[in-house]
Ligand binder design. Structure first.
Ligand code: SF4
Length: 427
């Protein structure tokens, strides 16, 4: 038997004022999403239409993953395109034709917009439509924007998945309710969560993105969807526009978060409560035991999140509720109040919730608060370390498997490690 989650006595930060800041930002653009999305969809190719800056960004973000057969590339807009001397559309068509002739295994081609393509108003949506005529049914050509003007870091995944929703088929008339798990997860984590959902008795379950980019699941009024990632506002909206129903839940981080997330599905599909508890108990207990390993380092320690990925609020809730950490300020690049309602309600009232960034002012607040650990991007981590702060690189949280029961211990460890290292170096 498992105990019910402790009741939430106050409103936490549910209706707390949000500090909104607009100024200098230290964040990635949405192109970085390609680094994990191309691994999730091995038959897709991401063609960024951008500048050398975009190509450099992708190259440095992907690091060692520049393979012999890469599945992303940048069609570089040259000066003569910018000067209007060349027809950028013709050039783009030529690049796409050459790419698809060389790489017949590509099933979906994403034309990814960037700041330069947007500034010169290159209409990639029209280009995708024009090229689709020539390449369907072999290749589907889809367009989304990963530009720094429109997207921050993980919002690139949101834009990508939202661009796939119009291609999802209609369900058969009178189809049974089906569960859709939305958000790119490492395959091993996805398998674990799908297995748990099936063990609950929910057998009609599918995922977006699908592993084969052309096997898109159906969507319609019989679809109930759970978000596995907190940064999917546009995708959720696009699914709702097709009639799907969002199951509101905390995100599946830690023993409690994963239990609550599964519980939302169990309730929606009428799973017997006793069966639910019996099914999740082993994973939940394993997760709780795994968390104990990091508790000594984390309990009572203060933490400050700078905005990066939108994972900040669910992670702060996990660290507070399950490991006793004290969140001082939780910054997020964008706050979707409805999707974050369950998270906000579980954060202590004294937490400052901030949206957007004015980096100098935020760093002043870090210095004043002197948190035990600061979660931030690579550009800020070393300067803060030099000032004596202990930091955690936020990007690792996006690239590591952190969802679900079996990753809970590793997730806690990602935060415990820098504190342990600091303590060792201090001695
Ligand atoms: S899309 Fe914009 S922000 Fe991103 S690398 Fe290209 S120019 Fe820079």
């Amino acid at each position: 038997m498992i105990a019910a989650a402790p009741p939430v006595l106050d409103q936490g930060c549910a209706s707390a004022p949000v500090l909104r800041e607009r100024g200098q930002r230290e964040v990635f653009c949405g192109l970085t999403g390609i680094v994990w999305l191309h691994r999730k969809m091995p038959d897709a190719f991401f063609l960024v239409v951008g500048s050398r800056t975009c190509a450099h960004l992708l190259q440095s973000a992907a690091g060692v993953m520049i393979f012999a057969e890469p599945r992303f590339a940048t069609a570089i807009i040259e000066e003569r395109d910018l000067a209007g001397l060349a027809d950028a559309n013709e050039e783009l068509d030529r690049v796409v034709r050459r790419l698809l002739a060389r790489r017949p295994e590509i099933r979906t081609l994403f034309l990814v917009g960037s700041c330069p393509s947007e500034v010169i108003k290159l209409d990639l949506a029209r280009a995708a439509q024009r090229l689709a005529g020539a390449f369907l049914p072999d290749v589907r050509i889809v367009n989304y924007s990963g530009s720094g003007i429109e997207t921050t870091f993980t919002q690139g995944e949101d834009a990508c998945l939202a661009s796939l929703v119009p291609f999802m088929p209609e369900p058969a008339a009178g189809a049974e309710p089906e569960l859709l798990i939305v958000g790119a997860l490492p395959d091993i984590v996805e398998d674990q969560l799908v297995r748990l959902v099936r063990d609950l008795g929910i057998t009609r379950v599918s995922c977006l993105p699908a592993r084969q980019s052309r096997d898109l699941p159906a969507v319609g009024p019989n679809t109930r969807f759970l978000l596995a990632q907190p940064f999917l506002g546009d995708t959720a909206q696009a699914l709702e526009d097709r009639g799907a129903v969002h199951l509101s839940a905390p995100f599946p981080f830690g023993a409690e978060g994963t239990t609550d997330w599964l519980h939302a599905a169990a309730r929606a599909f009428g799973v017997d409560e006793m069966h639910f508890r019996a099914t999740v108990a082993p994973g939940r207990e394993r997760a709780k035991r795994a968390l104990e390993h990091s508790r000594a380092q984390l309990e009572g320690k203060s933490i400050f999140f700078l905005p990066d990925s939108q994972l900040e609020l669910p992670l702060a809730r996990f660290l507070h509720r399950e490991l006793g950490m004290v969140p001082v300020e939780v910054g997020t690049p964008y706050l979707h109040r409805a999707h974050m309602a369950a998270e906000l309600a579980q954060l202590p009232e004294a937490t400052v919730i901030s949206e957007g960034q004015d980096v100098d002012r935020q760093l002043d607040r870090v210095r004043a608060a002197k948190p035990d650990i600061t979660v931030c991007g690579l550009g800020l981590a070393n300067p803060l370390e030099a000032e004596g702060f202990t930091t955690k690189w936020a990007i690792e949280l996006v690239f590591s498997p952190i969802h679900g029961f079996d990753q809970a211990g590793d997730l806690a460890e990602l935060f415990a490690r820098p504190i342990r290292r600091r303590d060792v170096l201090r001695v």
